[in-house]
Design a protein around this ligand. Sequence first.
Ligand SMILES: *[C@@H]1O[C@H](CO)[C@@H](O)[C@H](O)[C@H]1NC(C)=O
Ligand SMILES: *[C@@H]1O[C@H](CO)[C@@H](O)[C@H](O)[C@H]1NC(C)=O
Ligand SMILES: *[C@@H]1O[C@H](CO)[C@@H](O)[C@H](O)[C@H]1NC(C)=O
Length: 958
Amino acid sequence: MKGLTLGPARAFSSNQSFVIWLCSVFFVGASLFLWIAQYEVNSKIPSKEEQAAILERCKYTRAIPGPPPDFSQRKKSDRFDRGTKATLIRNATIWTGLRGGTEVVKGDLLLDGGIVKALGYIPNTVIEELREVGVGIDEVEGGGAWVTPGIVDLHSHIGGEASPELSGANDINSRKSPIVPWLRIIDGLNTHDDSYELAISGGVTSAQVLPGSANSIGGLGAFIKLRDTPERTTISKIIEPPYELNGTHFDHSLTPRWRHMKVYSQTRMDSAWGFREAYDTARKIKEDQDAYCDAAEAGVWKALGVWPESLQWESLVDVLRGKVKVSVHCYEAVDLDMIVRLTNEFQFPVASFHHAGETYLVPDRLKETWGGTPAIALFATNFRKKREAYRGSEFAPRILAQHEIPVVMKSDHNVINSRLLQNEAALAHYYGLHPSLALLSVTGTPADAAGLGHRIGRISEDIVIWDSHPLSLGATPQQVYIDGIPQLKNPSVSTKPDTFQSYPRPPNFDKEARETVEWEGLPPLKPSLNSRKGGRVGFLNVRSVWGRNGDGSGVVEMMSVPMTSAAAAEEEEEEEGERDAYGKGEKKKVAMGGEVVVESGRIICFAPWTGSCIDSPSTPGLSFDEIVDLEGGSISPAFVSFGSTLGLNEILLERVTNDGSVYDPLMSPGGVPEVLGGRMVRALDGLQFGGRNTLLAYRGGVTTAISSPSGSFLRGVSVAFNTGADHALEGGAIVKEGVAVHVGLSMRYSASVSSQIGALKQLLEEGKGEWKDVIEGDMPLIVHTDNADIMASVIRLKSSIERVSATGKSMRISFAGAAEAHLIAKEIGEAGVGVIVYPVTPFPYQWEGRRILPGPPLTNLTAIVKLLMEGVVVGVGVMDDYLARHTGFELTRAVLESNGYIDKKTAIELVTTNLEKLFGLESGSGGDMVAYKGGEFGDLSAVAVGIISEKGGFVDLV
Ligand SMILES: *[C@@H]1O[C@H](CO)[C@@H](O)[C@H](O)[C@H]1NC(C)=O
Ligand SMILES: *[C@@H]1O[C@H](CO)[C@@H](O)[C@H](O)[C@H]1NC(C)=O
Ligand SMILES: *[C@@H]1O[C@H](CO)[C@@H](O)[C@H](O)[C@H]1NC(C)=O
């Protein structure tokens, strides 16, 4: 006994020792058994059948995905729905996407079996033969309309991120780990979502749905068609579903299909190591597999063992095998550089860089990506929201294209409502991307980047018949076919001006593009001192002049060049347009005749003829600081912008660049700090000047912005300021200090809607401070809400307060945002409440704003038209800071989809005098005017070149 006692630490009783001994014997025995069993497996020579299966798996494993060999001979799509009729579209202008996007075929198009069977001249015999075999054919008269392939969205969260947003349906990120290549978006892809129909109504027919940006390797995406399927399943939406979705036991004799993966480089050093560690794990598995297959293929069957695999890492192994189209979310040069190094270290290709804000600054580095240069997927102008996007540029598409790098425009739906993806392409074209490449950027190029160019992105499966040239502003589908099935029921088609049937001639931005690269994305935007003209400026070739009426309450056309000469000039231009349908072609100078002279910021002469103001005999020898040829352009009142946080933030998601959010008496957990003394917060006190979005707005002809403090329920008092000013103390910088009181009413806030309305009632009844001005109608109350029921409650509240108030005055209330206002348009009109609509193209972001009136092609009316019809004073706003500069384009889209209900005069009023009325500004922009070159405000051929400031006494030639 004693001898066994070795010391206190190992003092076992004899019983314990026996158990340990027994366990050891058992363990050794079991290990031996397992080893022998394993050896048996390893050394067993596979049967002939097993050998064949192994060789097939090896072949499959090493094969690069693509269409099956007989694909080009297919008679029918594998997605064809039985019972779908054939469609013959007669007399269309078909942009095929072939020959570098330059091929346009005039003629007919036949859809049958879910694919385009014939194009151009289609002999009657072809149609007769189809009829003979019993195929029903729908005939559609195209009337020469533009037909393109369906739009392909390379970056979307449609169906993954729910619209309207409900927490139970949002599933695009994992909270478990930054590296999750084993997750699949298909497992979180909703089949019901309001976005599908809306995206289709913009001509989008297929989309790559990607995991979100919370993870470094977010998992496998899915490329889907947006139409509803009779199966109502997720899998039936997927284009060429990879066989791996069926588990590991599938037919390895098939040609592999492309898989898609989302990667994001975020916290930089950690992400980089996370990537290297993950790829290294995958590399080891790949090398084991390759050794296994090398042996099998060499006929060394003995000791081959089992197939090395890992369910967790298999998708990343496929990345290393070049079988996955990898989408990398990557903005800045530092991140791009890291990814390029990573691809070379582990030798795998990247299909596309997304967002890619700084790619245009490092084109040569992109070309060093292992396996070839990726496509670059961009927004047109949605930049500056985060640091990584701060240097993004609207000129990136054209600059990348000059470096022969494929350019894709994408939505990141619903960051941009993918219904507007066509608009992104139109903007890329406006800022200088060649028209063929601009059309390809939302069709063939993204399809190729995803390995699906053999079936989508060119005239092949899905097509769109447009109401105007697809690069024109507001181009809207007349019909959309997915897998041969028409998607729009009773589409509402608006009539577009004839000029919209050819693509607009964009302004020349060569200088701006060059400067953007020189300044690494941050060219100075402040107009220089020598571009500010205090003296006399003449404008030539002016097509029209719009101004304010006598009391400034509306807009009138003050001058227009007689139709005859204007029409002749346009006709001439169009003829030339025909000649070089997609060529570079210099824009022709258009002689329009009209002249305008401005002196110290005041228009002193205008006339629709040459020689009447500038070289007129009555004013010989008049000297000019500058004479500007507007090339058929126009002069009209400067716009007012509302709806974004212009002037209160520079980089929205960088806290230290912002005014921040105000305390909320109803919802701040700690209450409002006492030191505020119950005072209403004023946006004036948080104002910043000289911001990039603000100056771009100024240069775009938006000289006044109204911003309210950011917050939830009680936001405070808004300010109106001049977007071109240097600082708040400059003369004219502050247009009005305290403009309106702003409250937000929403189902999303932590306090109930009824509490919010109760609190609003309390504040109004108390009538202290600014609230006194509100109940006396001296200060407007702006209620930010999208919900019609909330609006109804506010209207009830308004009338009950006005009934008991002794003043006998009515309050001036407007709804802002107001997605559902159309539902109670009549009642809003009767209550004398105003509405500021934004965004112009509505979207059901939230449950409380889901009942939108989408407008053509889904509905004939738009919310703006419906409200105007009921006599409501309507203003139009923008939701994002970066959009303020494009107020004119937003406006034009509203005009185009109104079926002629909104004329030019009304359009200008929506963003000038109407906003001024609703906010109680007297001729708010101080009578500023804007000179546009190459067209009128809101034309894709026009650009603002002169800001005419009467108050300042100058013209800024921007
Ligand atoms: C095609 O439509 C256009 C526009 O309606 C028309 O001018 C033209 O004559 C039509 N061509 C044919 C061949 O029907
Ligand atoms: C999955 O397997 C089923 C049954 O074997 C087959 O019908 C289907 O086509 C397969 N799907 C894929 C995506 O491989
Ligand atoms: C469509 O709306 C316009 C106004 O935008 C109206 O003039 C027209 O009559 C409407 N058409 C139909 C078919 O309802």
